[in-house]
Ligand binder design. Structure first.
Ligand SMILES: Cc1cc2nc3c(=O)[nH]c(=O)nc-3n(C[C@H](O)[C@H](O)[C@H](O)COP(=O)(O)OP(=O)(O)OC[C@H]3O[C@@H](n4cnc5c(N)ncnc54)[C@H](O)[C@@H]3O)c2cc1C
Length: 414
């Protein structure tokens, strides 16, 4: 016998879990969110893209973002490590009109904001409590928690991040969907990192270096998140030394980080770009990172987390609510929708890592409004109307063509 019977059990209170919880609880369903860590807790993934804005409004937190002190992000700046070329993607100049800015967020505060909102919407929360196991009993999920509780739920939504509770339980084998060398990230929060002036002060800076890239994300008036994503694994060198060497080798970064002072211990995360073979079944969903993880260079993680949560909640609250299960076509629509978004962002990621593609990215032209189209994809507009679709396809084709017929100068990374 279970201790309680509910509509939806959500594993994980990251953005995917709390977003789904808010929408389901507001639709009148009984929702329990189970989070294994105590909040506030550190999480990486601090730069949002404008494609999240509509969902943040729907969740009722958009108005709270300025109040919470998050910095406004009006665009993204891309450079080579020697500072020789700079491209600025300004969201307001994108092909799709609308959101001119979004936010940089310290995740411990952003995730807490969403969790508070979930409680306000009616979710019950178990924390710090882990989902230990989940099995199907009479077309429901019987979920065992680390506090000894057993809960029966009609729907199980796994938003437990890259560790994925349900994929392990279902014996899923991850697929890698890029063929790049394995990368890892080494990062820290710093004081004293340079900023651009004016309204560019909150923008993300991405610096391309030989085996990867740096991010610099302003978090507040003082603190900046800086990280290196690299495939360079030098035996005998610890990741913070690889980070320091890479800063020292690149003229732009030497200046940018000249007065930088680390505020915490460096952290390292590996394990890049995968997707699970399935994202949904009759009465379960994988949300956000639990379903798939894409290289974070275009800051798409929270967007994919929120959009998958929104879609899953929409399906549960639709015809499936009465029926109690998803049809094959509903499961497929969920998987196709998420794969569609991932595939667009992944095209941009592949271009970024391909020196020929990146040369085109760094030599923008607004002929046929191509630069405006790329800006719109950088902002996360993955649900493309025809005008954006053909422009982005043309841009991708030019990136490929640059291998055969030099159209944009190839910059040697040093
Ligand atoms: C180096 C790096 C840089 C990144 N930069 C960005 C960026 O700039 N912008 C961006 O949008 N994204 C970025 N991302 C991606 C981003 O971190 C994730 O995509 C995002 O956090 C996914 O949200 P989520 O809710 O799916 O999972 P998470 O945020 O990982 O939340 C999962 C939650 O589940 C909990 N949990 C785990 N197991 C259990 C269990 N058994 N029971 C209960 N709870 C459990 C965890 O404690 C956690 O709180 C980056 C990622 C990396 C690695």
């Amino acid at each position: 016998m279970a201790d309680a019977t509910i509509d939806c059990l959500i594993a994980g209170a990251g953005p995917a879990g709390t977003a789904a919880g808010i929408l389901l609880a507001e639709a009148g369903l009984r929702v329990v969110i189970v989070e294994k860590q105590d909040f506030p807790r550190f999480r990486i993934g601090e730069s949002l893209i404008p494609a999240v804005n509509a969902t943040l409004k729907k969740l009722g937190v958009w108005e709270r973002m300025d109040e919470a002190g998050f910095l406004r992000k009006y665009g993204a700046e891309f450079l080579y490590g020697d500072g020789s070329q700079v491209v600025h993607n300004v969201f307001a100049k994108g092909f799709v009109p609308g959101y001119e800015y979004t936010y940089e967020v310290e995740r411990k505060r952003f995730d807490q904001l969403l969790l508070d909102r979930a409680v306000e919407a009616g979710c019950e929360v178990r924390q710090p409590v882990a989902v230990d196991s989940a099995e199907q009993v009479d077309q429901r999920w019987r979920v065992k928690l680390s506090n000894g509780e057993s809960i029966d739920a009609q729907w199980f939504l796994d938003a437990s991040g890259r560790g994925g509770v349900l994929p392990r339980r279902l014996g899923m084998k991850r697929e890698e969907f890029d063929h790049l060398p394995r990368r890892f990230a080494v990062f820290n929060h710093f004081r004293g990192v340079q900023r651009r002036p004016g309204c560019e002060a909150g923008n993300i800076t991405i610096v391309r270096v030989p085996d990867g890239w740096f991010w610099s994300i302003p978090l507040d008036a003082e603190r900046t998140s800086v990280g290196l994503v690299t495939a360079r694994n030098e035996p005998g060198k610890r990741p913070p030394e690889i980070f320091a060497d890479c800063v020292a080798r690149n003229a732009f970064l030497r200046g940018w980080m000249a007065d930088a002072e680390p505020l915490d211990d460096f952290q390292v995360q590996a394990d890049y770009s995968f997707r699970q073979p399935r994202y949904a079944g009759e009465n379960w969903f994988l949300l956000g990172d639990s379903a798939c993880f894409l290289d974070p260079v275009f800051s798409s993680g929270v967007y994919l987390a929120l959009s998958s949560a929104e879609h899953a909640a929409g399906l549960i609250c639709g015809q499936a609510r009465e029926r109690g299960y998803l049809t094959d076509s509903e499961q497929k629509s969920y998987e196709d929708n998420l794969n569609g978004r991932v595939s667009v962002m992944n095209k941009l990621v592949s271009i970024f890592y391909d020196p020929y593609g990146f040369s085109v990215f760094m030599s923008p032209t607004n002929r046929f409004r191509l630069f405006a189209a790329v800006n719109a994809i950088v902002a996360g507009h993955t649900q493309m109307e025809f005008g954006l679709r053909w422009r982005f396809a043309l841009f991708c084709w030019i990136c490929r063509l640059n291998r055969r017929a030099p159209l944009a100068p190839l910059v040697e990374l040093s």
